[in-house]
Write a protein that binds this ligand. Structure first.
Ligand code: SF4
Length: 451
């Protein structure tokens, strides 16, 4: 078992899963740091390890169990929290030496467990914690979680049973956090939740006050207010509801990034019904056309599941035809994976595993051409990009308004002279490959106005 020689208790923190889980981790890590704990990304030199797990699909559960096993082997004192924590029986069956298991959205319980096994230092270093909290993302971008939980009941998903129904954060609280992030130097805010378009529905779009101004707790008002902060605002996880058109108008006006991440999951009406998805494909296609009319520069990203129970070759062909028509810029695809506790497990006509995987490959093959054509259409255009990294060999690695960190492509700029991480810079796109763009600088000055 490892033990720190430093008097300050040291917590090893392992954060797995989606950006929503990352924001949970950030809240816990911030509280621990404010209490005087030292946070480390390693296990062997820590006094205790916290593993924030993901339990969305079987592969994520496996990854979480492996991470817990590694932490136990390297350290020995391990607390488990997060989505998989809702299923303590699974965690403890695999790893009986785990000290405690707490569920998702239970920061207080996770902190209490840390206090029990690694007591708080006597002299809290409150002043050492920055006002924006401790972030696990690079200093120039940050996730902003606006709500927790979900009111839908998609049959392949157990998130509502893990995280509960929709619970929106009051708008003034979200705006205050966003301002603090910008004051700390964040240049891009990524808005996340399980269902971003539903923001405020659960609290009747209650009015809050920001800088003395009344603001409804609703996505349109939030996006407008965030757009006043002078940084990039990127929205994730929207559903193709008619109300999103007004958000796309803000994109056309340059107030927020022209980027929409709308997970559609399928296009066959039969499969969408079996999935109990909130929108149908005809509507989705009409919405996508409308969004492009309003904002021709919009980048649309989506994700799809292949081989859902009952999916026939005809359903799958329907999905491929949809992709040909929709011409989405970025697409992620997952072969269906049954999750313990999901209603879809009881559906008839399971698709064999190799067919699920084969359809995923076929979908990605088709989409690769479409995505490449979308990137080729950007060659010759000028745009502002945000520098993420300076690489000694490749130059500046940046992102365009159409690229979210970690999931989309990058923009490579060979001439990185004078550039630093977090700079906005004006470039012209000169080439592309399947995922990424290559650019040259249009002028050597850095940009103050980001879009
Ligand atoms: S919308 Fe569906 S897939 Fe997304 S979190 Fe809610 S239930 Fe799960």
């Amino acid at each position: 078992m490892a033990s720190s020689t430093n008097k300050t208790p040291r917590i090893g923190f392992v954060s797995l899963g989606c950006p929503k889980a990352t924001t949970d981790s950030e809240r816990i890590v911030t509280r621990l740091a404010s209490e005087g704990y030292e946070i480390t990304g390693t296990c062997d030199d820590a006094d205790l390890v916290v593993v924030n797990t993901c339990g969305f699909i079987d592969a994520a559960i496996e990854q979480s169990l492996d991470a817990i096993g590694d932490a136990l082997a390297e350290n020995g004192k391990v607390i488990v929290t997060g989505c998989l924590g809702a299923r303590a029986d699974v965690v403890l069956a695999a790893h009986p030496r785990v000290l405690e298991v707490t569920g998702p959205h239970a920061d207080g319980e996770a902190l209490a467990a840390v206090h029990r096994h690694c007591p708080k230092p006597h002299d809290p270093f409150v002043d050492l914690v920055p006002p924006q909290g401790v972030r696990l993302t690079p200093p120039h971008y940050a996730y902003l979680k606006i709500s927790e939980g979900c009111n839908h009941d998609c049959t392949f998903c157990i998130i509502p049973s893990l995280r509960g129904p929709l619970e929106s954060r009051p708008i003034h609280e979200v705006m205050r956090e966003a301002e603090t992030l910008v004051e700390a130097g964040v240049r891009e805010i990524l808005v996340i939740s399980q269902d971003t378009s539903a923001y405020g529905l659960d609290i009747g779009y209650r009015t809050g006050f920001w800088n003395g101004r009344p603001l409804k707790t609703r996505l349109l008002e939030l996006a407008k207010a965030l757009g006043e902060l002078g940084v990039w605002i990127r929205l994730h996880y929207l559903y193709p509801y008619p109300s999103v058109d007004a958000i796309v108008e803000l994109m056309a006006e340059g107030r927020i990034l022209p980027y929409l991440d709308a997970p559609l999951q399928h296009a066959s009406p039969r499969i969408l019904r079996a999935m109990r998805r909130p929108a149908d494909a005809e509507d989705a296609l009409a919405r996508i056309r409308r969004w492009r009319e309003i904002c021709p520069d919009i980048t649309i990203r989506s994700t799809f599941i292949t081989g859902f129970p009952g999916e026939t070759e005809e359903d799958f062909q329907h999905l491929l035809r949809f992709l040909e028509e929709a011409r989405l810029d970025r697409v992620g695809a997952f072969a269906y994976s049954p999750v313990d506790g999901a209603a879809a497990n009881a559906l008839p006509d399971a698709v064999p595993e190799e067919v699920r995987a084969d359809r995923r490959e076929r979908l990605l093959d088709l989409q690769e051409d479409i995505s490449t054509q979308c990137l080729e259409a950007r060659i010759g255009r000028e745009m502002t990009v945000l520098v993420d990294e300076i690489d000694a060999e490749e130059g500046a690695i940046a992102r365009s308004p159409g690229d979210a960190p970690e999931i989309d492509g990058i923009v490579l700029i060979a001439d990185d002279e004078g550039l630093e991480v977090g700079d906005f810079v004006r470039v012209r796109i000169v080439d592309c490959d399947v995922h990424d763009l290559y650019a040259e600088r249009v002028d050597s000055d850095k940009e103050e106005v980001p879009i």
